[in-house]
Design a protein around this ligand. Sequence first.
Ligand code: FDA
Length: 318
Amino acid sequence: TFTLSNPLRPAILAAARSDRMERTISRSKLTRKLVDRFVPGAAEADAMAAVRALVESGRFISVDYLGEDISHAGEAEETVRAYLSLLSAYRSLDLPATDGPAPLEVSIKLSALGQSLPGGEELALVNARTICAAAEQAGAWVNVDAEDHTTTDSTLRIVRELRREFPTVATVLQAYLHRTEADCRELAGPGSRIRLCKGAYKEPAEVAFQSKEEVDASYQRCLRVLMEGQGYPMVASHDPALIAAAQELAAETGRGSDDYEIQMLFGIRDGEQRRLVAEGGHVRTYVPFGNDWYGYFMRRIAERPANLTFFLRSLVSN
Ligand code: FDA
Protein backbone atom coordinates (compact mmCIF):
# COMPACT_ATOMS: atom_id res chain seq x y z
CA THR A 1 0.00 0.00 0.00
CA PHE A 2 2.96 2.33 0.27
CA THR A 3 5.79 3.47 -2.04
CA LEU A 4 7.58 0.52 -3.67
CA SER A 5 4.61 -1.80 -3.27
CA ASN A 6 2.63 0.67 -5.40
CA PRO A 7 4.71 1.48 -8.50
CA LEU A 8 2.21 4.11 -9.70
CA ARG A 9 2.40 6.13 -6.49
CA PRO A 10 5.01 8.65 -7.77
CA ALA A 11 3.02 9.26 -10.99
CA ILE A 12 -0.22 9.81 -9.08
CA LEU A 13 1.47 12.15 -6.62
CA ALA A 14 2.93 14.08 -9.58
CA ALA A 15 -0.59 14.31 -11.09
CA ALA A 16 -1.77 15.62 -7.71
CA ARG A 17 0.19 18.79 -8.57
CA SER A 18 -1.10 19.12 -12.18
CA ASP A 19 -3.78 21.71 -13.01
CA ARG A 20 -4.65 19.96 -16.28
CA MET A 21 -5.27 16.64 -14.53
CA GLU A 22 -7.30 18.48 -11.92
CA ARG A 23 -9.62 19.90 -14.62
CA THR A 24 -10.05 16.49 -16.29
CA ILE A 25 -10.64 14.60 -13.08
CA SER A 26 -12.97 17.17 -11.53
CA ARG A 27 -15.31 16.87 -14.54
CA SER A 28 -15.82 13.13 -14.10
CA LYS A 29 -19.12 12.28 -12.41
CA LEU A 30 -17.88 8.87 -11.31
CA THR A 31 -14.85 10.42 -9.69
CA ARG A 32 -17.22 12.58 -7.67
CA LYS A 33 -18.72 9.45 -6.19
CA LEU A 34 -15.32 8.24 -5.08
CA VAL A 35 -14.48 11.70 -3.73
CA ASP A 36 -17.63 11.55 -1.59
CA ARG A 37 -16.18 8.53 0.17
CA PHE A 38 -13.28 10.60 1.52
CA VAL A 39 -14.83 14.10 1.73
CA PRO A 40 -18.26 14.55 3.34
CA GLY A 41 -19.00 17.61 1.21
CA ALA A 42 -18.13 21.13 0.10
CA ALA A 43 -20.16 23.06 2.68
CA GLU A 44 -19.56 23.61 6.37
CA ALA A 45 -22.99 22.08 7.01
CA ASP A 46 -21.79 18.84 5.34
CA ALA A 47 -18.74 18.75 7.60
CA MET A 48 -20.84 19.46 10.68
CA ALA A 49 -23.31 16.67 9.83
CA ALA A 50 -20.35 14.25 9.65
CA VAL A 51 -18.91 15.68 12.87
CA ARG A 52 -22.20 15.26 14.72
CA ALA A 53 -22.43 11.60 13.72
CA LEU A 54 -18.81 10.95 14.67
CA VAL A 55 -19.15 12.64 18.05
CA GLU A 56 -22.32 10.65 18.73
CA SER A 57 -20.39 7.46 18.00
CA GLY A 58 -17.85 8.40 20.70
CA ARG A 59 -15.13 9.67 18.39
CA PHE A 60 -13.05 12.85 18.57
CA ILE A 61 -12.72 14.87 15.38
CA SER A 62 -10.31 17.16 13.58
CA VAL A 63 -11.77 19.14 10.69
CA ASP A 64 -9.67 20.40 7.79
CA TYR A 65 -10.94 23.12 5.44
CA LEU A 66 -9.45 21.83 2.19
CA GLY A 67 -6.91 24.07 0.49
CA GLU A 68 -3.17 24.20 -0.12
CA ASP A 69 -0.54 26.04 -2.18
CA ILE A 70 -2.48 29.27 -2.60
CA SER A 71 -1.24 32.08 -4.86
CA HIS A 72 -2.89 35.22 -3.35
CA ALA A 73 -3.15 36.54 0.21
CA GLY A 74 -6.92 36.91 -0.39
CA GLU A 75 -7.27 33.12 -0.52
CA ALA A 76 -5.62 32.89 2.89
CA GLU A 77 -8.13 35.39 4.27
CA GLU A 78 -10.94 33.26 2.93
CA THR A 79 -9.44 30.20 4.62
CA VAL A 80 -9.20 32.03 7.94
CA ARG A 81 -12.87 33.07 7.63
CA ALA A 82 -13.87 29.46 6.91
CA TYR A 83 -12.12 28.28 10.10
CA LEU A 84 -13.65 31.05 12.24
CA SER A 85 -17.08 30.10 10.99
CA LEU A 86 -16.41 26.40 11.58
CA LEU A 87 -15.19 27.06 15.12
CA SER A 88 -18.35 28.99 15.92
CA ALA A 89 -20.38 26.07 14.50
CA TYR A 90 -18.51 23.78 16.96
CA ARG A 91 -20.27 25.63 19.77
CA SER A 92 -23.63 24.28 18.59
CA LEU A 93 -22.43 20.79 19.56
CA ASP A 94 -22.61 21.89 23.19
CA LEU A 95 -20.12 19.35 24.47
CA PRO A 96 -19.38 19.31 28.21
CA ALA A 97 -15.99 20.74 29.25
CA THR A 98 -13.32 18.12 29.91
CA ASP A 99 -9.93 17.96 31.66
CA GLY A 100 -8.74 15.29 29.25
CA PRO A 101 -8.03 15.55 25.53
CA ALA A 102 -10.28 18.02 23.67
CA PRO A 103 -12.81 16.13 21.53
CA LEU A 104 -12.86 18.92 18.93
CA GLU A 105 -9.89 20.05 16.87
CA VAL A 106 -9.18 21.85 13.62
CA SER A 107 -6.34 20.87 11.30
CA ILE A 108 -4.75 23.70 9.36
CA LYS A 109 -2.31 23.72 6.45
CA LEU A 110 0.16 26.61 6.51
CA SER A 111 0.39 26.61 2.70
CA ALA A 112 -3.31 27.57 2.70
CA LEU A 113 -2.52 30.43 5.07
CA GLY A 114 0.15 32.00 2.85
CA GLN A 115 3.39 30.23 3.87
CA SER A 116 4.80 30.09 0.34
CA LEU A 117 3.96 33.67 -0.69
CA PRO A 118 6.63 36.41 -0.44
CA GLY A 119 6.95 37.19 3.30
CA GLY A 120 4.72 34.19 3.75
CA GLU A 121 6.12 32.79 6.97
CA GLU A 122 5.02 35.89 8.87
CA LEU A 123 1.65 35.96 7.06
CA ALA A 124 0.99 32.28 7.83
CA LEU A 125 1.94 32.87 11.48
CA VAL A 126 -0.45 35.82 11.81
CA ASN A 127 -3.28 33.88 10.14
CA ALA A 128 -2.64 30.76 12.24
CA ARG A 129 -2.64 32.90 15.38
CA THR A 130 -6.12 34.24 14.52
CA ILE A 131 -7.40 30.67 14.15
CA CYS A 132 -5.71 29.55 17.39
CA ALA A 133 -7.30 32.41 19.36
CA ALA A 134 -10.77 31.49 18.05
CA ALA A 135 -10.15 27.79 18.79
CA GLU A 136 -9.17 28.63 22.36
CA GLN A 137 -12.46 30.50 22.78
CA ALA A 138 -14.36 27.50 21.40
CA GLY A 139 -12.49 25.01 23.64
CA ALA A 140 -11.01 23.28 20.58
CA TRP A 141 -7.46 22.21 19.81
CA VAL A 142 -5.46 23.17 16.71
CA ASN A 143 -3.16 20.92 14.72
CA VAL A 144 -0.73 22.18 12.08
CA ASP A 145 -0.54 19.59 9.28
CA ALA A 146 2.76 18.56 7.67
CA GLU A 147 3.23 19.20 3.95
CA ASP A 148 6.19 18.47 1.67
CA HIS A 149 9.72 18.42 3.11
CA THR A 150 10.68 21.85 1.73
CA THR A 151 8.25 23.35 4.28
CA THR A 152 9.25 21.34 7.37
CA ASP A 153 11.73 23.82 8.91
CA SER A 154 9.44 26.78 8.35
CA THR A 155 6.44 24.86 9.72
CA LEU A 156 8.28 23.82 12.88
CA ARG A 157 9.45 27.44 13.40
CA ILE A 158 5.85 28.67 13.13
CA VAL A 159 4.58 25.93 15.46
CA ARG A 160 7.24 26.82 18.06
CA GLU A 161 6.15 30.46 17.88
CA LEU A 162 2.44 29.57 18.17
CA ARG A 163 3.07 27.29 21.16
CA ARG A 164 4.44 30.21 23.22
CA GLU A 165 0.96 31.70 23.18
CA PHE A 166 -1.16 28.57 22.67
CA PRO A 167 0.68 25.67 24.38
CA THR A 168 -1.73 22.99 23.14
CA VAL A 169 -0.99 23.59 19.44
CA ALA A 170 0.04 20.31 17.85
CA THR A 171 1.92 19.43 14.72
CA VAL A 172 2.61 16.43 12.49
CA LEU A 173 5.85 14.53 11.95
CA GLN A 174 6.23 12.22 8.95
CA ALA A 175 8.02 8.91 9.57
CA TYR A 176 9.22 8.67 5.95
CA LEU A 177 11.63 11.61 6.46
CA HIS A 178 15.14 10.71 7.64
CA ARG A 179 15.09 13.67 10.05
CA THR A 180 11.91 12.68 11.88
CA GLU A 181 13.32 10.44 14.61
CA ALA A 182 15.52 13.37 15.73
CA ASP A 183 12.53 15.75 15.48
CA CYS A 184 10.52 13.35 17.67
CA ARG A 185 13.27 13.43 20.31
CA GLU A 186 13.26 17.19 20.26
CA LEU A 187 9.48 17.51 20.37
CA ALA A 188 8.56 14.76 22.88
CA GLY A 189 8.71 17.12 25.88
CA PRO A 190 5.98 17.86 28.44
CA GLY A 191 2.78 19.32 27.00
CA SER A 192 3.71 18.68 23.40
CA ARG A 193 1.21 17.02 21.08
CA ILE A 194 2.60 15.26 18.05
CA ARG A 195 0.67 13.47 15.32
CA LEU A 196 2.88 10.79 13.82
CA CYS A 197 2.03 9.67 10.27
CA LYS A 198 3.91 7.84 7.50
CA GLY A 199 3.85 10.86 5.15
CA ALA A 200 1.76 11.41 2.02
CA TYR A 201 3.93 13.39 -0.43
CA LYS A 202 6.35 12.43 -3.20
CA GLU A 203 9.77 12.88 -1.62
CA PRO A 204 13.28 12.26 -3.00
CA ALA A 205 15.56 9.52 -1.64
CA GLU A 206 17.97 12.16 -0.25
CA VAL A 207 15.44 13.12 2.41
CA ALA A 208 12.98 10.22 2.70
CA PHE A 209 12.87 6.44 3.03
CA GLN A 210 11.38 4.94 -0.12
CA SER A 211 10.30 1.39 0.77
CA LYS A 212 7.34 0.38 2.91
CA GLU A 213 9.66 -1.68 5.15
CA GLU A 214 11.94 1.28 5.88
CA VAL A 215 9.04 3.66 6.43
CA ASP A 216 7.32 1.23 8.80
CA ALA A 217 10.56 0.63 10.74
CA SER A 218 11.10 4.38 11.05
CA TYR A 219 7.49 4.77 12.23
CA GLN A 220 8.10 2.15 14.95
CA ARG A 221 11.26 3.94 16.14
CA CYS A 222 9.53 7.34 16.18
CA LEU A 223 6.52 5.90 17.99
CA ARG A 224 8.77 4.54 20.73
CA VAL A 225 10.42 7.94 21.20
CA LEU A 226 7.03 9.67 21.48
CA MET A 227 5.51 7.03 23.79
CA GLU A 228 8.56 7.10 26.07
CA GLY A 229 8.46 10.92 26.02
CA GLN A 230 6.35 13.29 28.09
CA GLY A 231 3.95 14.57 25.46
CA TYR A 232 0.66 13.35 23.99
CA PRO A 233 1.28 11.04 21.01
CA MET A 234 -1.33 10.94 18.26
CA VAL A 235 -0.92 7.80 16.21
CA ALA A 236 -2.24 8.59 12.73
CA SER A 237 -2.35 5.38 10.72
CA HIS A 238 -4.73 2.77 9.32
CA ASP A 239 -2.02 0.15 9.46
CA PRO A 240 -3.05 -2.67 11.83
CA ALA A 241 0.58 -3.55 12.70
CA LEU A 242 1.34 0.04 13.76
CA ILE A 243 -1.85 0.38 15.77
CA ALA A 244 -1.04 -2.84 17.63
CA ALA A 245 2.51 -1.54 18.23
CA ALA A 246 1.08 1.71 19.62
CA GLN A 247 -1.18 -0.16 22.03
CA GLU A 248 1.69 -2.33 23.24
CA LEU A 249 4.00 0.64 23.71
CA ALA A 250 1.27 2.52 25.58
CA ALA A 251 0.86 -0.42 27.99
CA GLU A 252 4.65 -0.71 28.37
CA THR A 253 5.08 3.01 29.13
CA GLY A 254 2.11 3.13 31.52
CA ARG A 255 -0.10 5.34 29.37
CA GLY A 256 -3.83 5.27 30.06
CA SER A 257 -6.51 5.96 27.48
CA ASP A 258 -6.31 9.75 28.08
CA ASP A 259 -2.56 9.78 27.41
CA TYR A 260 -2.53 9.08 23.65
CA GLU A 261 -4.94 8.65 20.75
CA ILE A 262 -5.29 6.83 17.44
CA GLN A 263 -6.24 8.91 14.40
CA MET A 264 -7.73 7.85 11.07
CA LEU A 265 -9.19 9.59 8.04
CA PHE A 266 -12.91 10.03 7.34
CA GLY A 267 -14.16 7.14 5.19
CA ILE A 268 -11.25 4.78 5.90
CA ARG A 269 -11.60 1.71 8.15
CA ASP A 270 -14.73 3.07 9.83
CA GLY A 271 -15.48 -0.33 11.44
CA GLU A 272 -12.00 -0.43 12.96
CA GLN A 273 -12.43 3.11 14.29
CA ARG A 274 -15.64 2.03 16.04
CA ARG A 275 -14.02 -1.13 17.38
CA LEU A 276 -11.16 0.84 18.94
CA VAL A 277 -13.65 3.21 20.62
CA ALA A 278 -15.66 0.24 21.94
CA GLU A 279 -12.41 -1.09 23.46
CA GLY A 280 -12.13 2.16 25.42
CA GLY A 281 -9.47 3.99 23.39
CA HIS A 282 -9.66 7.49 21.93
CA VAL A 283 -10.00 7.70 18.17
CA ARG A 284 -9.94 11.03 16.33
CA THR A 285 -11.32 11.12 12.81
CA TYR A 286 -9.88 13.65 10.36
CA VAL A 287 -12.75 15.24 8.42
CA PRO A 288 -11.87 17.31 5.32
CA PHE A 289 -14.44 19.58 3.66
CA GLY A 290 -14.54 22.23 0.94
CA ASN A 291 -14.23 22.54 -2.82
CA ASP A 292 -10.47 22.20 -3.05
CA TRP A 293 -10.46 18.39 -2.65
CA TYR A 294 -8.20 17.49 -5.56
CA GLY A 295 -4.75 17.27 -3.87
CA TYR A 296 -6.16 15.53 -0.79
CA PHE A 297 -8.12 13.05 -2.91
CA MET A 298 -5.14 12.19 -5.12
CA ARG A 299 -2.98 11.45 -2.07
CA ARG A 300 -5.64 8.99 -0.84
CA ILE A 301 -5.70 7.35 -4.28
CA ALA A 302 -1.90 7.06 -4.31
CA GLU A 303 -1.99 5.21 -0.99
CA ARG A 304 -4.04 2.28 -2.07
CA PRO A 305 -4.01 0.15 -5.23
CA ALA A 306 -7.66 -0.87 -4.76
CA ASN A 307 -8.75 2.79 -4.79
CA LEU A 308 -6.54 3.36 -7.81
CA THR A 309 -8.09 0.56 -9.87
CA PHE A 310 -11.57 1.83 -9.13
CA PHE A 311 -10.52 5.35 -9.95
CA LEU A 312 -8.88 4.48 -13.30
CA ARG A 313 -11.96 2.52 -14.31
CA SER A 314 -14.09 5.55 -13.55
CA LEU A 315 -11.89 7.72 -15.78
CA VAL A 316 -11.98 5.27 -18.69
CA SER A 317 -15.74 4.99 -18.57
CA ASN A 318 -16.05 8.78 -18.34
P1 FDA B 1 -0.74 2.28 4.75
O1 FDA B 1 -0.90 3.23 3.60
O2 FDA B 1 0.41 1.34 4.72
O3 FDA B 1 -2.11 1.48 4.92
C1 FDA B 1 -2.36 0.46 5.86
C2 FDA B 1 -3.75 -0.15 5.63
O4 FDA B 1 -4.75 0.84 5.89
C3 FDA B 1 -4.01 -0.59 4.21
O5 FDA B 1 -3.58 -1.89 3.98
C4 FDA B 1 -5.52 -0.45 4.12
O6 FDA B 1 -6.16 -1.52 4.72
C5 FDA B 1 -5.80 0.78 4.92
N1 FDA B 1 -5.77 2.02 4.10
C6 FDA B 1 -4.75 2.91 4.07
N2 FDA B 1 -5.02 3.93 3.23
C7 FDA B 1 -6.21 3.68 2.70
C8 FDA B 1 -7.01 4.37 1.76
N3 FDA B 1 -6.62 5.53 1.21
N4 FDA B 1 -8.21 3.84 1.44
C9 FDA B 1 -8.60 2.69 2.01
N5 FDA B 1 -7.88 1.97 2.91
C10 FDA B 1 -6.70 2.45 3.26
N6 FDA B 1 0.25 12.91 5.85
C11 FDA B 1 1.04 13.99 5.74
O7 FDA B 1 2.01 13.97 4.98
N7 FDA B 1 0.78 15.11 6.49
C12 FDA B 1 -0.25 15.16 7.39
O8 FDA B 1 -0.44 16.20 8.05
C13 FDA B 1 -1.08 14.01 7.50
N8 FDA B 1 -2.14 14.00 8.38
C14 FDA B 1 -2.82 12.82 8.59
C15 FDA B 1 -3.81 12.76 9.57
C16 FDA B 1 -4.46 11.56 9.84
C17 FDA B 1 -5.49 11.51 10.93
C18 FDA B 1 -4.11 10.38 9.11
C19 FDA B 1 -4.75 9.06 9.40
C20 FDA B 1 -3.17 10.46 8.11
C21 FDA B 1 -2.53 11.66 7.83
N9 FDA B 1 -1.58 11.74 6.81
C22 FDA B 1 -0.81 12.88 6.71
C23 FDA B 1 -1.47 10.66 5.79
C24 FDA B 1 -0.41 9.65 6.13
O9 FDA B 1 0.87 10.22 6.01
C25 FDA B 1 -0.50 8.42 5.19
O10 FDA B 1 -0.29 8.83 3.87
C26 FDA B 1 -1.83 7.67 5.26
O11 FDA B 1 -2.34 7.65 6.57
C27 FDA B 1 -1.64 6.22 4.77
O12 FDA B 1 -0.73 5.54 5.59
P2 FDA B 1 -1.16 4.44 6.69
O13 FDA B 1 -0.33 4.70 7.89
O14 FDA B 1 -2.60 4.46 6.90
O15 FDA B 1 -0.62 3.06 6.13
